[in-house]
Design a protein around this ligand. Structure first.
Ligand code: DCB
Length: 329
């Protein structure tokens, strides 16, 4: 009964938000043109089978920085930063979904805004301190069932089922792949073909077991995350090998800082990574939309939403990222 009420109330929000759809811009990198995305070999493609690339920004923890995200800020990021995707990092721990279930209403509001704006949107189950995705597998199944039930007919939605599995004893073969197969089959029962991004071992950096033991479902991509002050040539070489093994990569999070989200900005290393991603047409999402006092934040500390609209309030990383997003490729 509780579940029915919760699905019904989410449905109500969905209906009330969908009625005044704004006039869509004629941009051919948005959803009305590209439709249902698909994976072919290592390539992400649009509904016409043309190679297609998503670029955008990730939220920080919604509990702390969720107020920065609204229809207006997403519209500004779409129109003046050129993003065609937004990633909703819904933390599980750290004031996230597990102890604060209501955060899903914020998620639904952001998804609705993205749909109205004709943008793609990634719903990220942001595990981190809970390093093993199996810890909250039941909650994950319930959450993604609800989201998939609401949005199964919308080409906008992309599911990211576990942010960054980590810890030496958490392996692809024993822990992550079994979790992924359970979640993928849960989502596929409802939404047959949307793109699903799967996290990989060691904070999305170790693909050795993925290469020999991938998941056998269509439209699956594997998450690569990197922080350019920490992860350099060695990881680039590993990813070259992974792509050679026909494993499709999606960079659902990267930062211009070191792996702790601070220090830098590492311009030279960031340029090198972006050039590499350009060669393979790999989609990327920058960490993060926040005004926290850390170098990976795109806004200067405590500026609120100002920096999204006025370059004077952008951080060094924010200026760099805006520039890169505006560059056509
Ligand atoms: C990832 C996480 C992301 C984290 C960033 C930067 O973690 F997906 O949640 O964001 O990368 O570290 C940081 C925020 C901080 C916040 C902290 C905890 O920027 O403001 O305090 O999350 O919520 C990574 C990525 C790579 C590695 C380690 C971490 N690594 N990590 O390679 O060792 O430990 O968080």
């Amino acid at each position: 009964m509780k579940k029915i009420i919760s699905v019904l109330s989410l449905l109500l929000i969905l209906l009330t938000c969908g009625c005044h759809k704004e006039l869509q811009t004629e941009k051919n990198d948005l959803v009305s043109y590209n439709g249902n995305l698909q994976v072919n070999g290592i390539n992400l493609q649009n509904q016409y089978g043309e190679n297609f690339r998503l670029k955008g920004i990730s939220s920080h923890n919604l509990y702390w920085f969720g107020d920065l995200i609204s229809y207006d800020t997403l519209k500004e990021l779409r129109d003046n930063w050129n993003i065609n995707v937004f990633r909703i990092a819904m933390y599980t721990e750290e004031e996230g979904y597990i102890n604060n279930n209501n955060i899903k209403y914020k998620v639904v509001n952001i998804i609705n805004a993205a749909i109205k704006l004709d943008m793609y949107v990634i719903v990220d189950w942001h595990i981190l301190s809970d390093n093993d995705p199996n810890i909250y597998i039941e909650e994950a199944k319930e959450f993604f069932s609800e989201i998939a039930t609401l949005y199964k007919d919308k080409p906008n939605i992309i599911y990211e089922i576990c942010n960054e599995p980590n810890g030496e004893d958490i392996t692809w073969n024993n822990d992550i792949k079994p979790y992924a197969e359970t979640l993928i089959s849960t989502i596929r029962e409802i939404d047959e073909d949307a793109i699903i991004i799967v996290g990989t071992p060691n904070y999305c950096q170790d693909f050795d077991e993925v290469v020999t033991n991938p998941v056998y479902y269509k439209n699956i991509m594997y998450a690569l995350h990197f922080y350019t002050g920490t992860h350099k040539d060695k990881l680039i070489e590993h990813i070259r090998f992974v792509l050679g093994a026909n494993i499709p990569i999606f960079v659902s999070e990267w930062g211009t800082s070191t792996a702790n989200g601070n220090d830098g900005v590492f311009f030279e290393e960031s340029n090198k990574w972006l050039e590499f991603l350009d060669i393979y047409n790999i989609s990327w999402i920058n960490w993060s939309l926040s005004d926290k006092n850390e170098s990976s934040a795109i806004l200067q500390p405590d500026t609120g939403i100002l920096g999204i609209f006025d370059d004077n309030y952008l951080s060094t990383s924010g200026k760099y990222i805006k520039n890169k997003l505006k560059k056509k490729s």
